[in-house]
Write a protein that binds this ligand. Structure first.
Ligand SMILES: Nc1ncnc2c1ncn2[C@@H]1O[C@H](COP(=O)(O)OP(=O)(O)OP(=O)(O)O)[C@@H](O)[C@H]1O
Ligand SMILES: [Mg+2]
Length: 218
C-alpha cells in the first residue's frame, strides 16, 4: 500500500475538520506497524482509508501488490473495525466464516477454516454463541478472527484489544503473532496501549491528523 499526501477533511457543523493531513507512507509485506495517538487524532480515519473503506479528500492511495480497490476485500485485506460489527443473527463461527463464503469457498470448508482460526486464537469455546452473548472484548477478538480467516496479505485492526485487560491483550497478540509467523502478511493496528505498541517493529505516531514515522522522529 502506498499513500501520498493523503488528507481527509470532514464537514462538521458547517466547518471543515481536518482528520488526516498530508499523510505519506508505505506498508510492505510482513511489516508489523502500530499507529498510536490520542483519541480523535485520526487513527481510525487513516485505517479506513488504508482499507479502501473511505476515500481521501486529497492525495492518492494505491495497493500495487493487492489489486484494484474493487477486489481488495474480503480476501486481500482483512479489516477489524473499532466497533466489532458482528452480524447479530449469526453465531460466532458463522460470522468468522462469512468472508470465506463471500470469496466463494464452500460452506463446509469455510466452517472448518473458521473453527481452525478460532482455535488458534483460543476462542473456540465461543463458536456457537451469538454476538449478543459475547463481552465487548470477546466480540473484538472474534472480529479480528474474521479479519484473518481469509489469510489476507494486509490486516488492519483498529484497537483490537481496546476492551481487554493487559494480560489477556498480551496473550492475544502472542497468538496473533504466532499465527502470522512465516507469512508475508502485513499487520497494522491502531492502539492506545504502549505495552502493545512496543511489540511492533514500527510505531507510527499521529497527532491532530499529522502522521510521523520513525525516520521523521529524529
Ligand atoms: N464520519 C465522520 N464525520 C465527521 N467527523 C468525523 C468522522 N469520522 C471522524 N471524524 C472526526 O475526525 C477526527 C478523527 O477521528 P478518528 O475516529 O479518526 O480518531 P481516532 O484517533 O480513531 O480516535 P479514538 O482513539 O477515539 O478512536 C475526530 O475529530 C472526529 O470527530
Ligand atoms: Mg478510533
Amino acid at each position: 500500500m502506498q499513500a501520498d499526501d493523503v488528507g481527509r477533511v470532514f464537514r462538521q457543523s458547517g466547518q471543515d475538520l481536518i482528520a488526516v493531513s498530508e499523510a505519506s507512507c508505505m506498508i510492505f509485506p510482513s511489516e508489523r506497524i502500530a499507529i498510536t495517538g490520542p483519541s480523535g487524532s485520526g487513527k481510525s480515519t487513516l485505517l479506513h482509508i488504508f482499507a479502501g473503506l473511505d476515500q481521501p479528500t486529497s492525495g492518492t492511495i494505491i495497493w500495487p501488490a493487492l489489486g484494484s480497490p474493487g477486489n481488495l476485500r474480503p480476501t486481500q485485506i482483512g479489516v477489524a473495525l473499532q466497533a466489532p460489527g458482528l452480524l447479530p443473527p449469526l453465531t460466532v463461527v458463522e460470522n468468522v466464516s462469512l468472508p470465506l463464503l463471500l470469496g466463494n469457498v464452500n460452506p463446509e470448508q469455510a466452517e472448518t477454516a473458521a473453527l481452525h482460526i478460532l482455535q488458534e486464537l483460543e476462542l473456540e469455546d465461543l463458536a456457537d454463541q451469538l454476538p449478543e452473548e459475547l463481552s465487548g472484548g470477546q466480540a473484538q477478538r472474534v472480529a479480528l478472527a474474521r479479519a484473518v480467516v481469509t489469510r489476507p496479505r494486509l490486516i488492519l485492526a483498529d484497537e483490537p484489544t481496546g476492551q481487554l485487560d493487559h494480560p489477556t491483550a498480551q496473550r492475544f497478540f502472542d497468538l496473533l503473532f504466532a499465527l502470522l509467523v512465516g507469512s508475508d502478511t502485513a499487520l497494522v493496528i491502531a492502539t492506545h496501549d504502549v505495552s502493545i505498541a512496543e511489540r511492533f517493529t514500527c510505531v507510527w505516531k499521529i497527532r491532530q491528523g499529522v502522521l510521523t514515522r520513525p525516520k521523521d522522529f529524529a
